[in-house]
Design a protein around this ligand. Sequence first.
Ligand SMILES: [Zn+2]
Length: 140
Amino acid sequence: MLKAAARVRKHAHAPYSDFPVGAAVLAGGKVFEGCNVENSSFPLGVCAERNAVAAAVAAGHKRIDAVAIVGGSLRPVPPCGGCRQVLAEFCGPDTPVAYSTPGGRVMRTTVGELLPSAFGAGDLQLGRAAPLKIARGGRR
Ligand SMILES: [Zn+2]
């Protein structure tokens, strides 16, 4: 999977950061790839990890079994906070994550280690079960 991530990294659109990243996720026994796609309107850029997840979901998968990321230069770069939350949506806490420099320096961890106490669907259900009582009618 790291090879797939390294391969797709070459397609990254990263003219602003000059920080190409490739990611691969394993879902349903298949590997889905994504690269970062930046935009001149910076907030519209999307990370490699989220694009790989989107490819898996678009193919009908809702469960990701492993994650691989290639980026950085001297040190392997872990997924950003936003991507950690997106991974937590489709991965279990024990889902393995490997992230590596292009030169092959690999770090291995899990989604749960990257994002302990992740917000999830269960939190929304609990919120619905105990809705907030919002005071109306202005100040008192
Ligand atoms: Zn990210």
